[in-house]
Write a protein that binds this ligand. Structure first.
Ligand SMILES: Cc1ncc(COP(=O)(O)O)c(C=O)c1O
Length: 373
């Protein structure tokens, strides 16, 4: 990106030499990202990538843009990212029927009700769109998107998947997933914040959400961003090169973190442990501990974790993902999430586990007893 910034790039839509240079960079990035996500880039049936400001915008574009021209309900899993859940809640407030698919205790979306919903599609109860994330951002649990896509395909229903967490973590193949649209973002793979994209299968129509420019076929207008696009391309290239060994390395660190914590801290619970999950995510709970107190204490010790969605007041809503899995309230209250990356070291993992072994018993002790006034 630094190199690109030195190149005197102009607006990629300008006809002069500096504009054309920028156009090349944007289009090369589009092509590489599509190809490395397993989309078709050659021939008459090429898939399309619309650059957006990130995953949130791409999910909004999918939910609203793919349904604007279609009557019927939207079906999503109960554990989607807020950028999907709040989009469909907004659509529901405008009169759109919405169905939420439940998940089981292992964090996997149950497709039984999807089967009957898309089955009804033939009988006058149309489904406009199904959206199921490819892997959950809190538990890392992989979701049965390919199976859902087959059901949708049989009934002629559109399907979108949010693959933000999957790109660069395990193999991602748009074509074999057989979905109509897929969301990706750069900043989850060490790329720049501020760019993501919606991949659309050849021929899929999306209605724009913003207006006022002809860029990207007018479907997502606004001056394109060569430096961010080039940064996204570079991030996808490095995250997908030697993917298998990267996956193994991340999984090794995550498993070591999980094992170390389980060895040093009594009574912890790993959400989604029994399901196939991404290699870098650990959703772990310490019943008897308030997750926010734990996060604060870990932060003071220099260890970063997350607690789901925090609001400005400093209190946080409990995780809708753990709630949807119907885990006990004590587990939900004490649940935090760690992510490792290819840069995480054994020393990082050991330090996190050690801090937890010191902090969890203290926080459990400090808890007011149930009977205290
Ligand atoms: C599964 C999932 N979808 C969407 C997003 C939103 O992406 P962005 O931060 O690029 O808007 C995130 C990241 O926070 C995510 O984890």
């Amino acid at each position: 990106m630094h190199d690109l910034m030195q190149m005197r790039l102009a607006n990629p839509s300008s006809q002069h030499a500096d504009g054309r240079k920028a156009r090349l960079i944007v289009e090369q990035a589009r092509d590489t990202i599509l190809r490395l996500c397993g989309a078709r880039t050659v021939g008459m049936e090429s898939d399309q990538l619309l650059f957006t400001s990130g995953g949130t915008e791409a999910n909004n574009l999918a939910i609203f843009g793919l349904t604007q021209l279609q009557p019927g309900a939207i079906v999503v899993s109960a554990i989607e990212h807020p950028s999907v859940l709040e989009s469909v809640t907004h659509a529901a407030s405008q009169g759109r029927p919405v169905h939420f698919l439940p998940v089981n205790q292992n964090g996997v979306t149950c497709l039984e009700s999807l089967e009957s919903l898309v089955g009804q599609h033939h009988h006058g109860a149309p489904i406009a769109l199904v959206s199921i994330m490819l892997a959950n951002n809190e538990t890392g649990v992989l979701q049965p998107v390919q199976e859902a896509a087959q059901m949708c395909r049989r009934s002629g229903v559109l399907i979108h998947t949010d693959a933000v967490q999957v790109l660069g973590k395990v193999k991602l193949d748009f074509a074999s997933l057989d979905v109509d649209a897929m969301t990706v973002t750069a900043h989850k793979i060490h790329g720049p914040v501020g760019i993501g994209g919606l991949i659309l299968r050849h021929g899929i129509q999306v209605a724009p959400r913003s207006f006022g420019g002809f860029q990207q076929l007018g479907l997502r207008p606004g001056t394109e961003m060569p430096v961010l696009a080039g940064g996204f391309e570079e991030a996808v290239l490095s995250a997908t090169t030697d993917l298998e060994s990267r996956t193994k390395a991340m999984q090794g660190m995550r498993d070591m973190l999980q094992n170390e914590i389980q060895r040093l801290v009594d009574g912890c619970f790993v959400a989604g442990e029994l399901s196939p999950r991404l290699p870098h995510t650990l959703s772990i709970s310490f019943p008897g501990v308030e997750r926010q107190a734990l996060q604060l204490a870990l932060d003071m010790a220099g260890i970063a974790c997350s607690t789901g969605s925090a609001c400005a007041s400093g209190s946080s809503q409990s995780s809708h993902v753990l709630e949807a899995m119907h885990l006990p309230q004590e587990v939900i209250k004490g649940g935090i999430r760690f992510g490792v990356s290819i840069e995480t070291t054994e020393a990082d993992v050991a330090a996190a586990a050690e801090q937890l072994s010191l902090l969890v018993p203290k926080l459990r002790q400090g808890r007011p007893s149930r009977t205290a006034k």
